[in-house]
Design a protein around this ligand. Structure first.
Ligand code: NAI
Ligand code: MG
Length: 335
């Protein structure tokens, strides 16, 4: 099977290289089509998102993507937003879980946030800033069709992953038209899934409850902007973005990535922790029907976090990207 690989910017190439080495150690017969996007692509090919990258993803239908630096304030649209729109990657799946040895307030978090990925405040419509800078506007767009496609996928994913409880987060008390439409679609789609427990919560209350008693949640389902914020909150519950993968899912295409960015402050210093991209690769393996290989990656990572001496620097250890990857590969060979 062929997958598109976009190393990206900053620490992207280093963590992508680590991930490819681990995937190769698994001997799962993947072929890699390397493409560019982001600053690297702008420098080398004159476009942030070159046509041949879009073509490759269109062909392979599955991509692994390193973080991308989007130049600020120069009129560039975020590459990530462009990819989501272009391939209609309508669902963003962000699982977080506790890892042994990474100490946080809670030690058994296992939560998934599902964020609608193409509508809401990110639809890019109605952006307006008056000439004198005194007034700004942006439009939030929610459609019944988009919400249905997304929510049905959310319930199906919950079922296929053996999840039991789905909580829809909304702000329909204030945003009556947009959030209200999303909520009403949720209420009708849930009827197709009577085996799943369904609940609703206003997002601000959910933010407080997630911090106070996260065990009451299993899978969170929400609109674009709310999901962006809530999924980072969830990452914070397990110790930050270092271990947080994300999957952008469409009807026939999927792009897997780390939730964190290109970390320019540590780029080129062998300090990046490749775990989030490795966990994204594990989601990719699940997606293409290789769940046993995905489990091998997760097990190897668990082994490393359980002891301080085998952790990367960001997690209080001493290992650099390369040495950490060597260790993971040796664990994989011993499995
Ligand atoms: P960031 O996530 O790149 O970095 C935040 C902090 O976390 C930094 O101190 C960084 O060193 C550290 N960090 C992040 N990933 C790490 C890793 N794997 N190992 C060790 N430490 C890690 O966020 P920031 O600085 O806000 O953004 C930098 C650039 O990344 C920006 O251009 C932003 O637009 C882009 N970005 C791209 C994303 C993507 O392509 N999916 C997502 C988020 C940001
Ligand atoms: Mg975000």
């Amino acid at each position: 099977m062929k997958i598109t690989v976009i190393p990206g910017d900053g620490i992207g190439p280093a963590i992508t290289d680590a991930t490819i080495r681990v995937l190769s150690a698994l001997e799962c017969d993947l072929e890699f089509a390397f493409c560019t996007a982001g600053e690297t692509a702008l420098r080398e090919e004159g476009a942030l998102l070159p046509e041949k990258t879009l073509q490759s993803i269109g062909e392979t239908k599955v991509a692994l993507k390193g973080p991308i630096t989007t130049p600020v304030g120069e009129g560039f649209t975020s590459v990530n937003v462009q990819l989501r729109q272009h391939f209609n990657l309508f669902a963003n799946v962000r699982p977080v879980r506790s890892y042994p040895g990474i100490s946080t307030r809670y030690d058994s978090i296992d939560l998934i946030t599902l964020r609608q990925n193409t509508e809401g405040m990110y639809a890019g419509e109605g952006q307006f800033l008056s000439d004198d800078g005194s007034r700004a506007e942006a439009k939030s767009v929610i459609t019944r069709a988009g919400s249905e496609e997304f929510l049905r996928y959310a319930f199906q994913l919950a079922r296929s992953m053996g999840r039991t409880r789905l909580t829809l987060l909304h702000k329909a008390n204030i945003l009556k038209s947009t959030s209200g439409l999303f909520l009403s679609v949720g209420r009708s789609v849930k009827k197709e899934f009577p085996d799943l427990e369904y609940g609703e919560m206003i997002v601000d209350a959910a933010a407080m409850n997630l911090v106070k008693a996260p065990e009451q949640f299993d899978m969170l389902v929400t609109t674009n902007l709310l999901g962006d914020i809530i999924s980072d909150l969830c990452a914070g519950l397990v110790g930050g973005l270092g271990m947080a993968p994300g999957a952008n899912i469409g009807a026939d295409t999927a792009i897997f990535e780390a939730v964190h960015g290109s970390a320019p402050d540590i780029a080129g210093k062998d300090l990046a922790n490749p775990s989030a991209l490795l966990l994204a690769a594990a989601l990719l393996l699940d997606h293409i029907g290789m769940p046993h290989q995905a489990i091998r990656i997760r097990r190897a990572i668990e082994e490393t976090t359980s002891q301080a001496s085998t952790r990367t620097v960001d997690l209080g250890g001493t290992l650099g990207t390369q040495a950490y990857t060597d260790l993971l590969i040796s664990y994989i060979h011993n499995q």
